[in-house]
Ligand binder design. Structure first.
Ligand code: ADP
Ligand code: MG
Length: 331
């Protein structure tokens, strides 16, 4: 599944995004700590990292959502002229659904348990596209069929009657109801069996092409990202530690954390693909003062304990937050 060519001006630009959460030790601690990236029309990027890295908080902030008790601490998210972190609610709502479609981490949480799927999708179509009556019913049926939920039976189904894979597809239909240009999908394959995962990935790929959608795929599994995107943002303890083309990073990862993710995605002995869903990094408020990966790093030196490294260019379109590996690649 090769991703389509990215193109053109920026669709979304996140700059220095910072989100704080209450620290276990009291006070506030950064959980998302200066995330910057850009997405162009039709461009597919994955945000990859272990559980607790701050991926979901980042994804939600793109829609202008910072769920309490988390709080915004800085940065901006520009979608066209709208800063999703500061614009009034009406301006943000105009972007949600119509420019950015969002499939949250627990798809069931985006579905209303007491309303049929048909009702929910018709409501989204009315809200975003102004469709009503017969038109909305036809469009809802088409939309459900396009995500692989054909027949009227899914229109009448309630969320609890759907399997995990079907709920993911229904949440996707809801996210697409407003005809967005960017889809943000948070762990769309997590918790599904392998066959169902493959089906959802193919569906995302097909829908992406059909609607020329840009995609931000959030996942703990680099293998999932490799199947679908061109570019990856590797996130560890609230910050990006390596960014670049997915094939380059999968072949020659530089950051020791990316090396570990690549080994896990390949299922190498001693690696732990499932384990990446649980959190091995320290929680917000307990990050080391120097390099945040230092306590787990096989290459760590004395300086790594004291100096917090910046993200530095490693090659065209490739950046890494590790002076130790950069030294090794220098002239
Ligand atoms: N709404 C919230 N309020 C307070 N803390 C949160 C909230 N959401 C997540 N956190 C904390 O912030 C950190 C990052 O969470 P999250 O973005 O969900 O990580 P990921 O999606 O990478 O697993 C975690 O330590 C989590 O417990
Ligand atoms: Mg998450």
């Amino acid at each position: 599944m090769a991703a389509p060519e990215p193109g053109g001006a920026s669709l979304l630009k996140a700059s220095g995004l910072r989100i704080e959460v209450p620290a276990a030790t009291g006070g506030w601690a950064p959980a998302v700590d200066g995330i910057s990236f850009e997405l162009g029309p039709g461009e597919r990027t994955a945000l990859v990292g272990e559980s607790g890295a701050g991926k979901s908080l980042t994804a939600m902030a793109l829609l202008g959502l910072v769920p309490p008790p988390a709080r915004l601490a800085g940065g901006s998210v520009l979608v066209g002229d709208t800063d999703m972190l500061r614009a009034d609610e009406a301006a943000r709502r105009a972007v949600r659904g119509r420019v950015i479609g969002f499939v949250p981490q627990e798809p069931a949480s985006s579905l209303n348990p007491v309303l049929s799927m048909g009702f929910q999708i018709r409501e989204a179509l009315r809200l975003h596209r102004g469709l009503d009556g017969t038109e909305a019913r036809r469009a809802a049926r088409e939309l459900l069929a396009s995500v692989g939920l054909p027949d009227g039976e899914f229109l009448r189904a309630y969320p609890h009657q759907l399997s995990g894979g079907q709920a993911q597809r229904a949440a996707l239909a809801l996210a697409l109801a407003g005809g967005p240009r960017l889809l943000v999908a948070d762990e769309p394959t997590t918790g599904l069996d392998l066959t169902t995962q493959g089906g959802v990935l193919h569906l995302l790929d097909d829908l992406g092409r059909e609607h020329s959608l840009a995609l931000l795929l959030v996942t703990h599994d680099l293998a999932v990202a490799t199947a679908l995107v061109r570019k990856v943002l590797i996130m560890y303890a609230g910050e990006l530690v390596e960014t670049g083309p997915v094939d380059l990073l999968a072949r020659t990862p530089l950051h020791p954390y990316t090396v570990r993710l690549v080994a896990a995605a390949r299922g190498e002995p001693g690696s732990d693909r499932q384990g990446l869903r649980t959190c091995a990094a320290p929680p917000p408020g307990r990050w080391p003062a120097g390099c945040r990966f230092e306590p787990r790093c096989p290459l760590a030196r004395q300086a790594c304990r004291t100096t917090h490294p910046g993200l530095a260019t490693a090659g065209p379109g490739h950046a890494v937050r590790c002076p130790v590996v950069l030294e090794g690649t220098g002239p």
